[in-house]
Write a protein that binds this ligand. Structure first.
Ligand SMILES: [Zn+2]
Length: 474
């Protein structure tokens, strides 16, 4: 079963007659990049990146048809695999890491034996990967069945010689961009270009005629010239490749010969793996009747309760003997990841029955727990964030989104109050001279009784304070 190369799934877009063929993609990210960029933003950004690649593979550009009808390609993110930073160490840093070879050695993919030493292309050295990383990739292979694997690497790994690398049949390496501006973490046009290499595309920007890529030349705006935006001239024919014919052939699963993959004497690398397989290499595992869901120990983060336990439960998982994976994610609404809560929740959670590091309920459900932890609560009032599950691999997913309130610890800003003391300072000392006692006037004696009189200093000051207060509160 694992030898099968056939893995095209057809999805009819809802409420549309337009047919879509889905190609499954995994991203592989070193831990250091995930933490530096922020997991919540990076995971969401890579999803957005990949969905933008779809724009480059619309039938109106590729010319792809199925049964005489236009057929779009859609790239489906199966899994974001976070691996140890070992791959960026010396040994792996200076060269390509062949994840396809890891899967080939594990008998999860196969080459087409007998054509252009296909097997040797998948038998490359990956010894610079640690056993731990190799195991992670193998598990991700079983749970995802992804066809194309995109490794995100530090800029320094690529600097100076390439904006991306494709190694047919299934490996792509791209440098990370800082997503803080537009939320994207790889150059989308470059990803589309590298994917076309996996579909048989040949670089045009490095050919002797590469000036045809520019200024009104016949190759202008071609994807293999390096254009970054989708446009009607992405694909065409050169002496090096008939790009549209090539993709149509792959799509048709034509069992072609070596010479069929050679165009005007130029070998179109990579295509031969995919012959008889459509555009895909691996088989997506069935989701069966498994269902992943998320349970929370509470609905609010505060100084008193700074942690919520998130339990990822897979129901019915014990009927399956291969790894199951699902993505837990956070999404800040008014609360911000990394500021108001620790940005360590978003991740692909894998349940591997061959190495069960999860608990099993009496009903046979598999459970893993994560902690959502408050961070800086030095603000006033409530903020909101969300948690949920997405990206089920070998399982269905309950996609309920749960809102969480994050309560700040700062006291509310006090309303404007009048000063405790009136602004006019009373004389520290009583006047040297006692108030002049008005002459006793029998006609006024009743009103002026008590000796203080209406013009005594304290009464005057009190009136001044009332007047001041009225001015301030207008
Ligand atoms: Zn290229």
């Amino acid at each position: 079963m694992r030898k099968s190369l056939i893995s095209i799934s057809l999805v009819l877009a809802a409420n549309s007659a337009m047919a879509v063929t889905t190609i499954d993609v995994n991203f592989v990210v070193p831990e250091g990049i995930a933490n530096t960029q922020g997991r919540e933003a990076l995971f969401a950004g890579l999803r957005a990146n990949l969905s933008q690649v779809d724009e480059f593979y619309l039938s109106k550009y590729t010319g792809l048809t199925k049964g005489g009808q236009p057929e779009d390609l859609k790239f489906n993110l199966r899994q974001i695999v976070v691996i140890a930073d070992r791959t960026t160490d010396i040994g792996c840093r200076s060269r390509f890491v062949y994840l396809g070879s890891v899967l080939f050695a594990d008998h999860q993919v196969d080459g087409r034996v007998g054509i252009q030493s296909a097997e040797s292309e998948l038998s490359r050295d990956y010894s610079c990967l640690s056993p731990e990383v190799v195991n992670t990739i193998q598990k991700a292979g079983y749970s995802s069945g992804a066809d194309f694997w995109v490794q995100i690497v530090p800029q320094a790994v690529m600097e100076g010689w390439a904006s991306g690398i494709a190694h047919p049949p299934m490996d792509i390496q791209l440098p990370v961009m800082d997503g803080s501006q537009d939320g994207l973490y790889v150059e989308t046009g470059t990803l589309a270009h590298e994917i076309h290499h996996l579909l048989g595309g040949v670089d045009l920007y490095d050919k002797p005629e590469s000036d045809q890529c520019f200024s009104g030349g016949p190759w202008e705006l071609r994807l293999m010239c390096g254009v970054k935006v989708a446009n009607p001239n992405l694909y065409g024919t050169t002496q090096y490749a008939d790009e549209k014919l090539n993709m149509q052939r792959l799509f048709n699963n034509e069992d072609t010969t070596l010479s069929d993959w050679t165009f005007n004497g130029t070998w179109q690398g990579g295509s031969y793996y995919i012959k008889a397989s459509g555009a895909a290499l691996m088989t997506v595992p069935s989701t069966g009747n498994r269902m992943a869901s998320l349970q929370l120990s509470g609905g609010a983060l505060s100084q008193r309760e700074p942690t919520i336990i998130l339990s990822v439960t897979v129901k019915g998982a014990d009927q399956y003997d291969k790894p199951v994976a699902v993505e837990v994610y956070t999404k800040g609404v008014t609360a911000k990841a990394g500021d108001h809560y620790i940005d360590d929740v978003t991740n692909t959670v894998t349940f591997d029955p061959s190495n069960p590091d999860y608990s099993v309920t009496p009903e046979g459900n598999w459970v893993k727990e994560l902690k959502l932890t408050a961070k800086n609560l030095d603000f006033t009032g409530d903020k909101t964030m969300q948690v949920g599950l997405r990206g089920g691999n070998a399982t269905n997913v309950d996609q309920t989104i749960t809102n969480i309130t994050v309560t700040g610890t700062s006291a509310p800003t006090p309303p404007v109050t009048p000063p405790v003391n009136p602004p006019v300072n009373p004389p520290v000392n009583p006047p040297v001279n006692p108030p002049v006692t008005p002459p006793v006037d029998p006609e006024n004696s009743v009103e002026g009784g008590g000796g203080g009189g209406s013009s005594s200093p304290l009464v005057v000051l009190g009136l001044a304070a009332v007047a001041w207060f009225r001015r301030k509160t207008q």
